[in-house]
Design a binder for this molecule. Structure first.
Ligand code: ADP
Ligand code: ZN
Length: 543
């Protein structure tokens, strides 16, 4: 393809679909993706608000391939960039990154290669956009698209405000040929959306706001004392052996404690918080992503942008400071679309602590008292919404969707997937311990009827969770494919999910492909991965 943007042939959505199939193994775009990509190909600015798991990255990865030139992806997730580049490589896309972890010595070389057309896509930290060397490079490069990931970071109305995001607009305007700008985020209330448009200087953008509902997520909110909620968490993990889960705790100390209790219970767990060194944190994250540990216990320092699709549960041991933060953390479960569960375990003490935090925020120098008051009120408002969710006596799903400006038509018998609608209580995973303490007697006489109801409901929930496994032989084959994936991943020095997602493995189990053509039909298997891994998987499938 020509490097000169004026001579370039404009690719069509069919070209994009072809690239999706070749690199990602999917035959069609999701509706939101298709609208975003069509707009990008047509040269328009775009603002895409899509929930986690909707497939935002495809919205710039596919254009990066078909537009030619170099697509820049601005992202605050520096620690993830190397992994993202590795995952792109697995899919046959040439990526690179430019951030503070690159030694100054090698930076010019990366830019030289980028100018020479070595890459389709480059991740760049917002702080680097102002570097004179980078500016000079960008002015000379052919950049058809700047994608701004986690675009809500530009707004101080959200929780993740990054001052460096304010420089993106100036950077884009400084380029000799203004590229299209695509802003992407999973979390944006109306207020934040307005900020994103204005502060990034989007020009007449196509706006795509996808539904925020994640139908595969079970939502639950239980009020439990700090002691009970830890016991609950350990029991839950114990009863879901081998499944990946994230446990969020409010303090470093709690993280360490819960991690230890899980380990004592024989569960492979690791911790992650800001008090650990960079290398310790990387080790924990890698072990989790590679399925070497099953449960990661973390403070909210963990996870923005974490790309592990097979997280089966997220337990918040304590209340986050806003519903945005909560839905983002909970949303890290089930990105592969398979059933997953999100538990909020909160106590009255959490609420007192949260108010205390807000009263004692340390403000940067130069923040006026009026601004301080504004910020404090803002935080109190966010917290109020969070408390409203935790205590809600109406459908949790409807409530969180309403918060994001989306109305939900609720069936008369509820959404079927939240603890308010299903009547699920916290008892289920407290029971184990109680039974042991009581020497086998679960509840006193008269508790039986209630117990039966609970059991019935538990069985129904189990049926949902196990829907994908038909019988024992399926499960056995699924486990064999996982083992194969793990060994291929270790050989290739990539994470297992970069080879195929759990969902793709399950589709293989269901369809039992016998040939390369069959295998190519499985969602998630594209030509690139077929040629790398197809034969190994076929061999296992045909055994
Ligand atoms: P987000 O960044 O919005 O959280 P991701 O880009 O991580 O979402 O995508 C979530 C999952 O959906 C990934 O496993 C991805 O491979 C899958 N996915 C993306 N696009 C499609 C598609 N068109 N068809 C099927 N699966 C898709
Ligand atoms: Zn509900």
């Amino acid at each position: 393809m020509s490097v000169d943007s004026t001579q370039r042939i404009q690719p069509t959505i069919d070209d994009a679909r072809q690239a999706l199939s070749e690199h990602f193994g999917y035959q069609s775009f999701r509706p939101g993706q298709e609208r975003v990509i069509a707009a990008v190909l047509a040269g328009r600015d775009v603002m895409a608000v899509m929930p986690t798991g909707a497939g935002k990255s495809v919205c710039y990865e596919v254009p990066a391939v078909v537009l030619g030139g170099l697509t820049l992806v601005v992202s605050p997730l520096i620690s993830l960039m190397a992994d993202q580049v590795r995952a792109l490589k697995e899919a046959g896309i040439r990526g690179s990154f430019y951030n503070s972890t690159l030694k100054p010595r090698v930076r010019p070389e990366v830019l030289r290669r980028a100018l020479a057309g070595w890459y389709d896509l480059m991740y760049v930290a917002p702080e680097r956009l102002g570097d004179p060397g980078f500016r000079a490079f960008a002015a000379a490069a052919d950049i058809p698209l700047v994608a701004v990931d986690e675009a809500h970071c530009v707004s101080q109305w959200g929780q993740d405000f990054r001052p460096a995001y304010r420089a993106i607009r100036d950077f884009v305007d400084s380029l000799p040929n203004r590229p299209r700008v695509a802003a992407l985020t999973a979390t944006a209330t109306a207020r934040v959306q307005t900020d994103v448009r204005e502060l990034l200087g989007l020009r007449d953008p196509v706006i795509e706001v996808s539904g925020f509902d994640r139908p595969n997520l079970q939502l639950a909110s239980f009020e439990l004392t700090p002691k009970d909620r830890e016991r609950w968490t350990v029991n839950y993990a114990r009863q879901h052996p081998g499944e990946s889960g994230i446990v969020y705790a409010l303090t470093r100390k709690k993280v360490e404690q819960i991690c230890e209790r899980l380990q004592d219970a024989g569960i492979k767990a690791a911790s992650y918080h800001a008090g650990m060194s960079d290398s310790e944190r990387t080790l924990s994250q890698q072990a989790f992503v590679n399925d070497d540990v099953h449960v990661l216990v973390a403070t909210n320092a963990f996870g923005m942008g974490i790309d592990k699709s097979n997280v089966r549960y997220v337990i918040n041991c304590g209340m986050p400071q806003s519903l945005e933060e909560y839905y983002q953390e909970a949303g890290r479960a089930g990105r592969d679309g398979d059933p997953a569960a999100c538990y909020l375990l909160w106590s009255r003490g959490d609420i007192r602590t949260a108010h205390f935090f807000i009263d004692n925020i340390e403000y940067a120098e130069g923040v006026t008292p009026a601004e301080q008051r504004f910020l404090r009120e803002q935080r109190e408002r966010l917290l109020g919404e969070m408390i409203g969710y935790a205590m809600s006596t109406s459908c949790l799903r409807a409530r969180v969707l309403r918060y994001f400006g989306q109305r939900m038509v609720l069936p008369p018998d509820g959404c079927g997937g939240c603890s308010v609608c299903t009547g699920e209580t916290a008892e289920r995973y407290l029971k184990v311990e109680r039974r042991r303490q009581a020497g086998g007697r679960v509840f006193g006489a008269g508790g039986r009827a209630l117990d039966d109801v609970r059991r019935e409901r538990d069985e129904r929930l189990d049926a949902v969770a196990d829907a994908w496994v038909h019988d024992g032989s399926d499960e056995e084959l699924f486990q064999r494919l996982r083992v194969l994936r793990k060994s291929l991943a270790s050989e290739a020095h990539v994470a297992p999910y970069m080879i195929f997602s759990d969902r793709t493995l399950r589709a293989m189990v269901r369809r039992r492909p016998r040939s390369r053509e069959d295998l190519l039909e499985v969602p998630g298997v594209g030509e690139v991965k077929l040629s790398k891994y197809g034969d190994a998987f076929l061999e296992e499938l045909c055994r």
